[in-house]
Design a protein around this ligand. Structure first.
Ligand SMILES: NC(=O)c1ccc[n+]([C@@H]2O[C@H](COP(=O)([O-])OP(=O)(O)OC[C@H]3O[C@@H](n4cnc5c(N)ncnc54)[C@H](OP(=O)(O)O)[C@@H]3O)[C@@H](O)[C@H]2O)c1
Length: 309
């Protein structure tokens, strides 16, 4: 039976991928985690190349979805060596082990490989990252392609989806400030109105990843670089307005017309999804529908956060 290892299965995206594969395929799925794994998940530190080799040898997957990473730009900026260990060196060792076993690797990257000055970006456009996170992910893309010719980089923009804590996504992390701003006498919550983002729903990405895995299972794996993105341009201020509506709170929001982040961020990295669309792939759930499902599920069941859990 087709066997898929999902590395980083305890994270925001990895959980959605495991859920999609379990619900919609008969495949054998091997989820791994590091610090936050459940009883069903194999513990694997991807920085340990020997452990990675032993895992791939032992499980012999047909395909590996790599969703483990350091994805927080501020953390990467302060500790680029730690970011590199996860976002570059671990990618190389997983791709090398996979090549030796003949497994296809799908490794997740980011729109932050671009500088945000010339959107929309096609997969072949020249990257120019502005921060340490973007640099590490771009190096990771190159490490993947160098180590294996049977691999795909999938670039994604800002993600949101079922959560186990508000902090898990840069979309839902706005919620505590939005709620606090609605309290009597509270100050308005500043929200970035400068950068345009394309929030993308993790169950939609998981759907796309399943479609890509299907092609691999059929012996026609997609290789190289592909991109997938939601199609609703929004600033964080726009996102906060929709979150406040969905939460039913009278938030006081202050639009910030210039960037205030200590870590430089690109202004608009809209990713062109044309390559996957031409293959007939993709699904986009409207933001207002998806965010209400995420908020309802988390408030009903904060331990799990999965819709219909
Ligand atoms: N979130 C976004 O908005 C966004 C946007 C664009 C691209 N991406 C990319 O999408 C991918 C998934 O991101 P995400 O948001 O799902 O990240 P996340 O929620 O922060 O999850 C990170 C995952 O990496 C695992 N991990 C961390 N250190 C590890 C280690 N040493 N060994 C093995 N696993 C380790 C974590 O496992 P434990 O928690 O069990 O330690 C967790 O499963 C990343 O490649 C990220 O760069 C994310």
């Amino acid at each position: 039976m087709f066997k898929v290892a999902v590395i980083g299965a305890s994270g925001l995206l990895g959980r959605a991928v495991v859920r999609e594969l379990a619900a919609a395929t008969p495949w054998q799925v091997v989820p791994t985690a590091f610090r936050h794994g459940g009883p069903q998940q194999t513990v694997l530190d991807v920085r340990d190349a020997q452990a990675v080799n032993a895992f791939v040898e032992c499980e012999a997957p047909d395909a590996i979805v790599l969703a483990a990473a350091e994805r927080r730009p501020d953390i990467c900026e302060h500790d680029p060596a730690a970011a590199r260990a996860l976002n570059v060196d671990a990618v190389r060792s997983i791709a090398t082990a996979a090549r030796q076993r003949g497994a296809w690797v799908l490794s997740i990257s980011t729109d932050y490989v671009f500088d945000g000055t010339q959107a929309p970006y096609r997969a072949g456009d020249t990257p120019n990252p502005l921060n340490a996170y973007g640099h590490s992910k771009l190096e990771g893309e190159r490490a993947l392609i160098e180590a294996s010719d049977n691999a795909l980089v999938l670039r994604l923009p800002l993600l949101y989806g079922p959560i186990v804590g508000w902090h898990e996504s840069a979309v839902t992390s706005l919620v505590p400030a939005i709620i606090a701003s609605a309290q009597p006498g509270a100050q308005a919550a500043p929200m970035d109105a400068w950068a345009t983002r394309y929030p993308t729903f993790t169950p939609d990405v998981a759907f796309v990843i399943r479609e890509l895995l299907l092609r691999c299972a059929d012996g026609e794996p997609v290789r190289g670089v592909a991109q997938w993105s939601g199609d609703e341009p929004m600033t964080k201020h726009d996102i906060a307005v929709q979150l406040a509506q969905a939460l039913g709170v009278e938030a006081r929001l202050l639009a910030q017309p210039t960037p205030t982040d200590a870590t430089p961020r690109p202004r608009d990295c809209h990713l062109d999804s044309g390559r996957l669309e031409a293959l007939g792939m993709g699904r986009r759930t409207p933001f207002d529908v998806a965010i209400r499902a995420v908020l309802d599920a988390f408030m009903q069941n904060p331990q799990n956060g999965e819709p219909n859990a």
